[in-house]
Design a protein around this ligand. Structure first.
Ligand SMILES: *Cc1c(COP(=O)(O)O)cnc(C)c1O
Length: 373
């Protein structure tokens, strides 16, 4: 039995959290929690100051995303996975088309596919590590859906509206939002959970809704379809307009999110964040391309995610052992997506991760690989 190698302290990143969600929470977010907490935690979500907090987050996100006129920032409890069920009940009229190139896109596709009141979904699939050419207009489809960033594989997909009358373009931006450029006018619903680029807690979703999406929600709510109360998007819209949620939210995450959105806007907003993740991810991909034992999992450089970098290792290197050594040294959550089953490391280069820490991580990986050889 050999003991776990100890990485020299001078090589270690300042902060060892590189997870793709939950992700690094900046110390300033925790300080905000300590500062604001006594005033906010344990008080009613139907009163100020909690409603002010929610309104501030909504306005901060609207500013960050340059929310187009007529769009609304809606929120609800349960996270992106819950949003899939809500979308099946409240957004899809009869049939959805999904681009599936990883676990998260597949999960949403499965939700609308199995909904007994909807037609079978139209699924366009591509193998892990690649992506479909794009959405294909299809008769009877009224929602076109795909993830902007497939977190399980590290593949990014462009966000461009599907030009079909009366159809909605619905984008899962859970790991993209806050770290990848987007023009919201190209979407009808752009939804995300805040435990990725926004470095907050999960359990809640936010979504920018276009006027067409708001109208769709209203029409379906007025139809005779049964919609569970907690999943109803009409109820979420109504509550969001009052800076509330239908049922009781966890407030700590909202405080941390508020601080993160404030910080991001102060740094220069989405443009700044996208430039930073581009820089950090380039460090990883360039390192992998020049490494004798590692290479980017996503073959096509244009498809590579700027926020979730997947790196395959040759058989000579046991990536799980490398991740284990890193973890023992406080550098955590670079394990690959569990169901992908590859000899791989997955490194999140979200906006909260400074490029200097990415550089340090790569040095730690090189050191560990050499040590285990
Ligand atoms: C993390 C993630 C989800 C799931 O988010 P939850 O908040 O855990 O439901 C969905 N889609 C994508 C693209 C993700 O990265």
């Amino acid at each position: 039995m050999t003991s776990t190698p100890v990485i020299p302290a001078h090589l270690l990143p300042e902060d060892g959290r590189f997870g793709a969600g939950p992700s690094r929470v900046r110390p300033e977010q925790l300080a905000a929690l300590a500062r604001e907490g006594t005033r906010l935690l344990g008080t009613s979500h139907r009163q100020n100051p909690v409603k002010d907090l929610v309104a501030r987050v909504q306005a901060g996100l609207a500013r960050f995303f340059d929310l187009p006129a007529g769009y609304e920032m809606v929120l609800g409890l349960g996270g992106a996975s819950t949003f899939w069920d809500s979308a099946a009940f409240s957004l899809v009229r009869s049939r959805a088309e999904h681009l599936v190139f990883g676990e998260f896109g597949a999960k949403f596709a499965s939700v609308t596919d199995r909904a007994p009141f909807l037609e079978r979904s139209h699924v366009i699939e591509a193998p892990a590590g690649s992506r479909p050419a794009g959405p294909r207009p299809e008769a009877g489809v009224d929602v076109y859906a795909w993830p902007q960033n497939e977190t399980s594989t590290g593949v990014a997909m462009p966000v461009r509206r599907v030009p079909v009358d009366d159809a909605l373009t619905v984008v899962d931006a859970t790991s993209a939002a806050g770290g990848m450029a987007v023009d919201l006018a190209q979407t009808d619903v752009y939804y995300f959970s805040p435990q990725k680029n926004f470095g907050s807690d999960g359990g809640i979703w936010f979504a920018a809704f276009s006027p067409a999406a708001l109208e769709r929600v209203e029409r379906i709510a007025a139809s005779d379809r049964w919609i569970p109360d907690v999943l109803s998007l009409a109820t979420a819209v109504e509550n969001s307009r009052k800076h509330q949620t239908y049922n009781t939210p966890a407030l700590a995450g909202l405080v941390m999110l508020d601080e993160q959105v404030r910080w991001l806007n102060e740094q220069g907003g989405l443009q700044w964040a996208a430039a930073r993740t581009a820089q950090s991810s380039s460090l990883v991909y360039e390192w992998a391309e020049s490494s004798p034992v590692a290479h980017p999992f996503v073959a096509e450089p244009e498809h590579r995610s700027p926020v979730v970098c997947t790196v395959d290792f040759d058989d000579a290197v046991d990536a799980a052992r490398v991740a284990g050594v890193l973890r023992a040294n406080g550098v955590v959550d670079v394990d690959p997506y569990r169901k992908l089953g590859r000899n791989q490391l997955r490194i999140a280069t979200f906006a909260s991760v400074p490029p200097s820490d990415v550089r340090a991580l790569l040095e730690c990986i090189d050191w560990t690989v050499a040590e285990l050889a």
